[in-house]
Ligand binder design. Structure first.
Ligand SMILES: [Cu+2]
Length: 329
């Protein structure tokens, strides 16, 4: 058989070989294109499914839950519709309970999630319930959990988040004789901490009012990350606002506790080479022109993001802030 190959191979004519190469190329082409097509977002708003969250609490009348005295017991955060299991054990041999005291009256009311009493120091009690906003939980927010027996020394914060937090977004800015406006909605899925939504960007000539560019951007579930030394979760992205001169609207969206906010900024396009991401290629252009003023050979208008005629720290700061960020185009 091996011999047969050596015999057959040299006998393939040049034209047959060319034909085979073309055929292989045609066969591989769809495979090469497929990942690009698959990367296009088909569903913009992905709604997360409820999850099962488990907490372990060891109760002590003098040392609080999990011995956190003099501080409150562990912070517990759940999302509307999650399955919540609290595994409870007595630290000091006394009888305790876990109560979500939503009206803060230190008493067990019929509508309040309540574990019942437990006193074992060796066997965990299992209290499982589903916090449902509009059901057993009146509204999203922070509530105090307590031991109904020792409500003044055994307490902590129990947060119920809605599954989504949304805000409407609008912004107007003027640069290089263009007025750019954005309008839309931003939505954070509180389980996955991803940002979605849709923002329409319009660019008009600020003198004539003629619309030069308009586009609605779908935000493709961008992941939020914790800010350094802060409980705030944040993400940043930019949107192309094309025109006679290319512009970007930089946007940040953040979630602090139950509150969502966003900020916007208009500059010349940070993604200078327009490849969909603010990368080293863009930063290099800005770095090389750093310290220059308009009219000098070192000056590059594309790196003068705030269009003030000087490429200084203000320009470097904004591109640094948006480094590696997606440019929606
Ligand atoms: Cu107790």
């Amino acid at each position: 058989m091996y011999l047969a190959w050596f015999v057959v191979l040299p006998s393939i004519s040049k034209s047959t070989f060319m034909m085979a190469t073309v055929l292989v190329g045609v066969a591989v082409l769809p495979l090469a294109l497929y990942p690009r097509m698959a990367a296009q977002p088909s569903t913009i708003i992905a709604t997360s499914m409820p999850v099962h969250r488990t907490f372990w609490l060891r109760g002590s009348a003098s040392l609080n839950w999990n011995r956190t005295n003099p501080n409150p017991g562990p912070f517990m955060s759940v999302v509307d519709g999650d399955l919540v299991t609290i595994l409870l054990i007595s630290d000091d041999g006394f009888t305790h309970s876990w109560l979500l005291d939503m009206n803060n009256n230190n008493a067990v009311d019929p509508n309040e999630p309540f574990s019942g009493l437990f006193s074992s120091t060796t066997i965990f009690s299992n209290f499982t319930f589903t916090p449902t906003i509009g059901g057993n939980i009146p509204a999203p927010g922070n509530f105090t959990y307590k031991c109904s027996v020792h409500p003044f020394t055994m307490f902590g914060t129990f947060r119920v988040m809605p599954s989504q937090v949304s805000i409407s977004q609008s912004f107007t800015g003027t640069l290089d004789g263009s007025r750019v406006t954005t309008n839309g909605s931003l939505i954070i899925d509180t389980r996955t901490l991803t940002l979605s939504g849709a923002i329409t960007t319009d660019l008009v000539n600020s003198t004539t009012g003629v619309t030069l560019f308009t586009k609605t951007y779908m935000i493709p579930n961008i992941q939020l990350r914790p800010m350094q030394n802060s409980p705030t979760q944040i993400t940043r992205f930019l949107m192309n606002a094309g025109g006679a001169l290319a512009h970007s609207v930089e946007m940040s969206a953040q979630l602090s506790g139950l509150t969502m906010s966003s900020t916007s900024l208009l500059t010349r396009q940070l993604d200078i080479n327009a490849n969909g991401v603010v990368d080293l290629g863009d930063v290099s252009v800005a770095a090389l022109a750093f310290g220059s003023t308009i009219g000098t050979t070192k000056y590059k208008s594309s790196a003068d993001f705030n269009a003030d005629g000087v490429i200084n720290l203000a320009d470097i700061s904004v591109i640094a802030l948006y480094f590696a960020r997606i440019d929606l185009r």
